[in-house]
Write a protein that binds this ligand. Structure first.
Ligand code: ADP
Length: 260
């Protein structure tokens, strides 16, 4: 009988699930960003993926990772996000020597060895100014959807345009938001002000990458990795080649499935 593996990543803003068979074939991925309690999200994602593939729950081994992993239920084993992201990224991109994961409320930088092992890592879960949260705040203030922020800034080219004319230097998101409001009050156009937000997030993240000694090619994961302006701003801030990972928001769940 074929066995199956389920990886569930219960993040601070989104829950992700990946289903594989024991042969290593990827069967499906599912995301829930509605903010329900971790146990409910885990049960619903697992139920939906198994139903979609006609799989009995008893034939699935489950690993949970992420911020809410201990609340997953489902008889899941728990493994840290660092280990799961490393496993998932190495599976998709064996050449990776670094990982940067930016989620809704934290950021992690990982140095990867050639065999996929974790050399070192650094994490920021204290300061929202270096996470997706700051981008969400800036987007909401200007009535822009986070998914459209990069286009709003002019995509990859938007990272450099506008120069250093306007900067946001606060390291706390509350003060940084006041600086953003201040820029707008001085007549700085929304596009320039939001580009400055991207540069501010990139500068904070560059410190994290340096702390972990992350190498290149560096693969960018997490929901925020879809933001091309930020990816380009990060390259400029840290001087490393940064590529968006395949299935960027699912690499933690994928690693969990592989480890199940
Ligand atoms: P977590 O694991 O912390 O829940 P995720 O890796 O799931 O985080 O990413 C969630 C973050 O990604 C949120 O801050 C959200 O605003 C952001 N995000 C989601 N989709 C996009 C997108 N298309 N472009 C930019 N940011 C996005």
């Amino acid at each position: 009988m074929t066995g199956y593996r389920l990886g569930i990543d219960l993040g601070s803003t989104a829950s992700k699930a990946v289903l594989m068979d024991d042969g290593g074939t990827l069967l499906g991925m599912l995301l829930d960003a509605t903010g329900k309690p971790p146990a409910d999200a885990a049960r619903e994602l697992a139920g939906a993926l198994c139903a979609r593939h006609g799989i009995a729950a008893g034939s699935v081994r489950t690993v949970a990772t992420g911020y809410g992993r201990s609340l997953a239920g489902l008889d899941a084993r728990t493994i840290t996000e660092i280990t799961c992201h490393a496993r998932g990224v190495h599976f998709l991109h064996p050449d990776a020597r670094g990982i940067l994961d930016i989620g809704g409320q934290d950021a992690k930088a990982i140095r990867l060895e050639a065999d996929g092992g974790v050399g070192d890592f650094a994490m920021n879960d204290k300061c929202a100014a270096g996470t997706g949260r700051f981008l969400e705040v800036a987007a909401a203030r200007h009535g822009v959807d986070v998914a459209d922020l990069s286009d709003f800034c002019g995509g990859e080219a938007g990272a450099e345009e506008g120069g250093e004319a306007f900067e946001i230097s606060s390291t706390c998101v509350v003060f940084a938001e006041s600086e953003l409001v201040g820029l707008r009050a001085r007549g700085v156009p929304a596009r320039e002000a939001i580009r400055a937000v991207h540069r501010a997030v990139a500068r904070r993240t560059a410190l994290l990458l340096r702390q972990a000694g992350a190498g290149e090619p560096l693969y960018f994961t997490g929901g925020v990795a879809r933001n091309e302006t930020l990816r380009a701003a990060l390259e400029a801030a840290c001087g490393l080649e940064i590529r968006r990972a395949d299935h960027c928001q699912f690499t933690g769940a994928l690693g969990a499935a592989l480890l199940a």
